[in-house]
Design a protein around this ligand. Structure first.
Ligand code: 5GP
Ligand code: MN
Length: 323
């Protein structure tokens, strides 16, 4: 079943839904949770919104963000778990997965490439640039009119996942939806500055460290950065300050595939992939147990930084016939 009407019915029949996105929440995940949460509240539901991981400071301007409970899940008699922007159970986070294990019905609303969604009810549209686009369609089904708070959350969801409408996932439908959001008065230049125009000093210091560890393959088609725990700590940075660093290897002229390696601990490395025109990085991440989209994907791999880099670069170079 991949039917938005059916999912709408399930949402309408629920009384006490709990909503979440994915670990290391981003703009699409947070904006989508908040917009759907507000809509369900307007429908008289007792809504709880949760995030396993801390919320990046960057998104503190999102209307309603303080309502998201971070960390442990409040004990309540939930009747439905609504998961947005998350294609696999593992990315719900340790505090939320038990809800699935205990048999709570799950609705998954998502735009990742995924032919086996884990929900009891699923709506997956991989051609949507952001889950926020799907939430807009859902609001229409729910009979909810847009207002400025909803629009700011949805605009943020879409503008972040499309990299300001620059990525390949941007469609005419994206722009039609954005036009509707702008009609609600979204302050575009203010949001653009808050999201893309400024960063905490720690992020810039981390960028400096990351750029000193930037490598390019001999053929010039693959570029990567690696960051270990020590370097992150040396500038007092956290997870949230790493977001966006992969855009620097991606920016290099001639590079098709950008990779970032980030040491989580001695035995786990988070790897992110971005491509420009040809490489299907969803397939590449899948080889290492991850996934995502054709041009943006990720995975977490067991092993130390050196081992993981070697394994991933070997696989990556094969895509360019040795490189
Ligand atoms: P990022 O590199 O920004 O963390 O993630 C890029 C894209 O890949 C996002 O759409 C994200 O959902 C997906 N992604 C990142 N890490 C994983 C992972 O470990 N597993 C899966 N299935 N998808 C991931
Ligand atoms: Mn998304």
């Amino acid at each position: 079943m991949n039917n938005l009407k059916a999912v709408t019915e399930v949402l309408l029949n629920s009384k006490r839904p709990i909503l979440c996105g994915h670990v290391m929440p981003d703009g699409d995940s947070l904006g989508s949770v908040l917009a759907l949460g507000m809509a369900l509240q307007a429908k008289g539901k007792e809504v709880t919104m949760v995030s396993s991981d801390p919320l990046p400071d960057l998104y503190e301007f999102l209307p309603g963000i303080k309502e998201i409970v971070v960390g442990s899940v409040p004990e309540k008699n939930y009747d439905l778990l609504v998961v947005v922007d998350c294609s696999v159970r593992e990315r719900l986070g340790s505090t939320i997965t038990p809800l699935v294990d205990y048999g709570l019905p799950v609705v998954v609303i998502d735009h990742h490439v995924n032919d086996q969604p884990f929900g009891s009810y699923n709506y997956v549209k991989s051609t949507a640039a952001a889950t926020g686009e799907i939430i807009m369609d859902l609001l229409e089904q729910l009979g909810i009119s847009l207002n400025l708070d909803l629009a700011i959350n949805l605009y943020t969801a879409i503008v972040t996942d499309t990299g300001s409408f620059r990525y390949e996932n941007t469609t005419p439908e994206t722009h039609v939806k954005i036009a509707k959001l702008l009609e609600c008065g979204v302050p575009v230049s203010l949001l653009s500055n808050l999201i893309f125009g400024e960063q905490p000093l720690k992020s810039i210091r981390l960028l400096e460290v990351a750029l000193r560890n930037l490598d390019v393959s001999e053929c010039g088609r693959i570029a990567w950065i690696s960051i270990n725990q020590e370097k992150i700590e040396s500038v007092g940075a956290e997870d949230q300050h790493i977001e966006g660093l992969i855009n620097y290897p991606r920016k290099i002229k001639g590079v098709e595939l950008a990779i970032s390696f980030r040491e989580l601990d001695q035995n786990r490395v988070k790897v992110s992939f971005r491509s420009k025109y040809t490489v299907d990085v969803n397939l590449l991440a899948k080889k290492f147990g991850g996934g995502g989209h054709v041009r943006a994907s990720g995975c977490t791999i067991k092993g130390n930084l050196l081992e993981v880099k070697e394994a991933v670069l070997k696989e990556a170079k094969e895509l360019f016939r040795g490189c």
